[in-house]
Design a protein around this ligand. Structure first.
Ligand code: MOS
Length: 722
């Protein structure tokens, strides 16, 4: 139960985010966005903008900054602004104005006149379905489409025909925006050795490499810093538009440049979660054993087809032990803002379809939905030989059912005054992954230690994890460990994405600390050192030998050293050939729908999770609560609305609904804690994203239980319940 080390700084406004940095001679940039969804920029008249007081530069595809295509090994190519005259969506960055003050830059940006040759835009997901395209293979390399049939079964249709009970339904989920508290922003400072860029990100090292590529510099010439990140969720995995523009403008002008997206601009000049359409077909025998499971998905994608939401491959590929499986992913290219990874990409919307369909099957079978899920729990992903390393999903459901009072559930809900009350449940799963990470651990002569890695803490609690795992590995109190991150000058940390950071960096810390302790013992017993020639061991922050002990600081002082450091690296390896890995959870929701107004309110929520070892229960609980609340948001609030002309009708916090405190009851989070050392030595499986999985289905299933109305799209609105 360790409070987050950065908590007080953030709460007191003393955490310096990228945008909080100011430097002498700093100029301010403002991004100009397109006002059509499809076409070509014919001309840009920047005369008025340029003659505005204080303006230092107006950049456009006609007068571009020095930016070139760039990519990261992990995420591939990233779109770089101002390189082309084609407009592929409303709100695309088409210009950048830099001035002495923010107000001057913004005023001048309003004076930039853009002439377009407009073409018809395709912005409707429903219209686009007819011309959908095949999507690439699944993220684990699974073919698309993928069919796994029981030997002897000729076709999926045969399996379906042999299923006594069949449920078929189509589900839809809305596109969502990465509305992080900290808008995408950057401050770029040119220097002797290159460029320093302060910008919110999920991996400082990766961002330095990506920026260097865009600027034609060596990665070592770009220094990316951000110890504090105000939310990322996948939306700060790539270098942002303001970071590219501020960096290039700083180099062009030889001055520090600050740039940030305005809140409305965040809705289009970043990247969103795609909208999905998902058709589920389930076939089962009378006892509820799944004979056939088909999941066909359509995801919106921008015209460059850069990202699709892997709903079929993210959920149905692994969740249930069905005898026959058929999944496919298609993409619908639209003139809409870019799409990208967002918290549980694939699983969050995919679980709405799968877990609603499972609920529908339970209704058709007149079976308890938990019993149906337990009956079909997978020991290994279908078609794979590798069993789950550790799976305690049944226990999650058992504990959850008991704590939630599931036994009191009535098949058609109950009433409480004017409220129709229902409960719903759903499975949550998210793969347990790791990425390569390097950490440096340093012992100092003052008996403190430093744990440093280039990774980022986007608000997930990684900073505190570094100190806790560092302290445990060095056998000292966490208060003596200074954690450092968010700096590309530190050893390359993993990516804070894919719920991997704790497992990736934690394992690297353990390796670094073990090596460091060996080195310390070698130093302590070297000729002339306090334990010369003695057998030594290490415990409690002390070197022991010959019946006495010294702290590591005392040893270092005795040999005249101020510090001793060692690096440790970890990466996924042999374990991948032995097991499949996932975190698991059971989600529960109680929903009240008003008899007359039909407003729906979540009145109770419970999630029970099997995420391996929990390193910091307080932060872990917060992560999961946040995810579960996001599930409620997806279920009842959130969704981008495309209006005529491809403009988002609700690109601000007035129209883009998010749950507020009044929408969220007490959230109960419970862990079943089984450290998974088959996955990594730390035993943590990752829990950043799984909270957002399944909860939307649990809410929709509760709405059905309360009202008898099955809503197959998100968000669920009052008009759906009339
Ligand atoms: Mo992850 S989609 O980077 O939270």
């Amino acid at each position: 139960m360790t409070p987050r080390l950065d908590g007080p700084l953030k709460a007191a406004g003393r955490a310096d985010y990228a945008l909080d940095r100011t430097f002498p001679g700093m100029a301010y940039g403002y991004v100009v966005l397109s006002t059509i969804a499809c076409g070509e920029i014919e001309a840009m008249d920047v005369t008025a903008a340029k003659s505005t007081p204080g303006v230092l530069g107006v950049y456009s595809p006609f007068d571009p900054l020095d930016l070139r295509p760039t990519s990261t090994p992990m995420l591939g190519e990233t779109w770089v602004p101002l390189r082309d005259k084609e407009v592929a969506y409303y709100g695309q960055p088409v210009g950048f104005v830099v001035a002495e003050t923010f107000e001057q830059a913004r005023d001048a940006a309003m004076l930039v006149e853009v002439s377009y040759r407009e073409r018809p835009a395709r912005t409707s997901m429903e219209d686009g379905l007819a011309s959908a395209e095949q999507a690439p293979p699944g993220r684990d390399g699974s073919p698309n489409p993928l069919e796994i049939l029981t030997p002897g079964v000729e076709s999926f249709e045969d399996a379906l025909a042999a299923s006594p009970v069949v449920v078929e339904a189509t589900y839809r989920t809305a596109a969502q925006n990465h509305a992080a508290m900290e808008p995408h922003s950057a401050v770029a400072v040119p220097g002797e050795a290159g460029l320093t860029v302060y910008t919110g990100n999920q991996a400082s090292t990766m961002m330095a490499g990506e920026l260097a590529g865009a600027l034609g510099l060596e990665p070592s010439e770009v220094h990316v810093l951000n110890p504090f990140v105000g939310g990322a969720f996948g939306g700060k995995g790539r270098t942002s538009v303001p970071a590219f523009l501020a960096a290039a403008a700083a180099r062009a002008l030889g001055r520090p440049v600050k740039a940030a997206l305005a809140r409305e601009q965040v809705f289009t000049a970043t990247a969103n979660r795609p909208a999905t359409v998902q058709k589920m077909t389930l076939g089962a025998d009378e006892r509820g054993t799944l004979i056939a499971l088909r999941h066909d998905s359509w995801s919106s994608t921008p015209m460059d087809r850069s990202f699709i939401e892997p709903t079929s491959h993210g959920t149905s590929r692994e969740w249930y032990a069905t005898q026959n499986l058929s999944i496919s992913q298609k993409m619908v290219p639209l003139n809409i803002p870019p799409t990208t990874f967002m918290r549980a990409p694939g699983e969050a919307p995919g679980s709405f379809a799968l877990e609603s369909a499972i609920d529908e099957l339970a209704v058709a079978l007149r079976m308890d939905p938990i019993e149906l899920r337990t009956r079909n729990s997978s020991a290994a992903p279908p078609g794979k030989d590798l069993q789950w390393s550790s799976k305690h999903l049944d226990e999650c459901f058992r504990i959850g059912a008991e704590r939630f009072g599931w036994a009191r559930r009535a098949p058609r809900g109950h009433t409480d005054g004017d409220w129709l009350v229902g409960v719903g449940t759903a499975t949550a799963m998210f793969p347990a992954l790791r990425f390569p990470a390097t950490v440096e651990v340093t012992l100092r002569a003052d008996d403190t230690a430093v744990v440093g890695t280039g990774g980022a803490d986007p608000g997930t609690g990684l900073l505190t994890v570094l100190s806790l795992v560092g302290a445990e590995s060095l056998d000292i109190e966490p208060e003596r460990v200074t954690p450092l991150l968010g700096d590309s000058a530190l050893p390359p940390g993993g990516l804070s994405g894919g719920s991997t950071a704790t497992a990736s960096t934690g394992t690297a810390i353990m390796i670094a600390a073990a090596g460091l302790i060996d080195e310390l013992l070698a130093v302590a017993s070297a000729p002339g050192a306090p334990f010369e020639g003695q057998e030594t061991s290490y415990a409690d922050g002390r070197v022991l030998g010959g019946g006495r002990s010294m702290t590591f600081g005392e040893v270092l002082r005795a040999v005249g050293r101020s510090s001793l450091a060692a690096k440790g690296s970890s990466a996924p390896g042999e374990e991948l050939t032995k097991h499949s890995f996932s975190s698991f959870g059971a989600q529960f929701a109680e929903v009240r729908v008003h008899r007359l107004t039909r407003e729906a309110r979540v009145s109770r929520m419970l999630g029970v999770f099997d995420a391996g070892r929990i390193i910091n229960e307080k932060a872990a609980r917060s992560q999961l609560m946040g995810g579960m609340i996001w599930g409620v948001s997806a279920a009842l609030h959130e969704g981008l609305e495309v209006a005529a002309g491809g403009r988002f009708a609700n690109a601000d916090f007035a129209g883009y609904l998010l749950p507020v405190h009044a929408d969220i009851p007490d959230v109960e989070v419970h862990f079943v804690e089984y450290p998974d050392t088959l996955h990594n030595d730390l035993g943590a499986k990752g829990l950043g994203e799984i909270g957002a999985v399944g909860m939307a289905a649990a809410v929709a299933n509760a709405v059905y239980n309360a009202t008898g109305i099955r809503v197959r799209h998100l968000p669920i609105r009052i008009e759906d319940l009339l």
